[in-house]
Design a protein around this ligand. Structure first.
Ligand code: CA
Length: 232
């Protein structure tokens, strides 16, 4: 079963055998995969699902991988999404290094699938550290996603699965303001049939669980927008 909140990776690749290989292996790592076999569709999917990472082939029919990457890195809402570019030849690799595409990393074909997985995990460590077992800290809070353990001020906090995912999301991006929509996508999954009230209920439970005497509420309500992890 795929975890709805596992990192979502968009693979843009026109060669079916390559697509199959990449998707199969990344899925086996527990990631959610969306596929696009051309640049236009790739750009559409980026807007639609706002993936956590993009594996992007350089040689695509129509809009090239470079152009796709440039467009992703130009848009305010997508420019932080890490991109791994796949290239066919050494020459292309040299050009990619010289070009200002904004790609975060690149691999030259033929590459080993383990190398791709390692690069994917390295980039996610920066952007979704909780999803790949890193220990997160913020202020007096510590969250160990591998051991499923949360402490505040050294004391163990018991959380339900939804509250745990909420806190992981907050701790991956402290002080970032999350709209209820984005929280729904991230914590419940893009296809979940839940409403804003559900978000508020679980935020309430999280607050209650984190509460300690004389300590500030670490969850800030941003009126008209959503919530953030912030003790200011
Ligand atoms: Ca290709």
């Amino acid at each position: 079963m795929t975890d709805e909140t596992a990192p979502h990776i968009l693979v843009v690749e026109d060669e079916p055998a390559q697509m199959e290989l990449i998707s199969y292996n990344l899925e086996a790592q527990g990631f959610q995969i969306t596929q696009a076999d051309n640049g236009e569709d790739g750009l559409m999917q980026v807007e639609e699902i706002l993936p956590d990472l993009i594996v992007l082939d350089w040689m695509l029919p129509g809009v090239s991988g470079i152009e796709v990457c440039r467009q992703i890195k130009r848009q305010k809402n997508t420019r932080k999404v890490p991109v791994i570019m796949l290239t066919a030849r050494g020459e292309e690799a040299d050009r990619i290094r010289g070009l200002d595409t904004g790609a975060d990393d690149y691999l030259v074909k033929p590459y080993s699938i383990n190398e791709l997985i390692a690069r994917v995990r390295a980039l996610l460590r920066r952007t979704r550290p909780g999803s790949i077992g890193e220990i997160l800290t913020f202020d007096d809070l510590t969250l160990d996603s591998e051991q499923h353990k949360v402490t505040r001020n050294g004391k163990t906090i018991k959380l339900g699965p939804t509250e745990f995912r909420l806190l992981t999301t907050f701790m991956e991006s402290p002080k970032r303001v999350w709209s209820r929509d984005r929280l729904l996508d991230r914590v419940w999954g893009v296809d979940a049939d839940v409403d804003y009230r559900t978000v508020d209920v679980h935020i309430g439970r999280l607050r209650k669980a984190l509460k300690q005497p004389e300590m500030p509420d670490p969850i800030r309500t941003v009126r008209g927008t959503g919530y953030s992890l912030d003790t200011e």
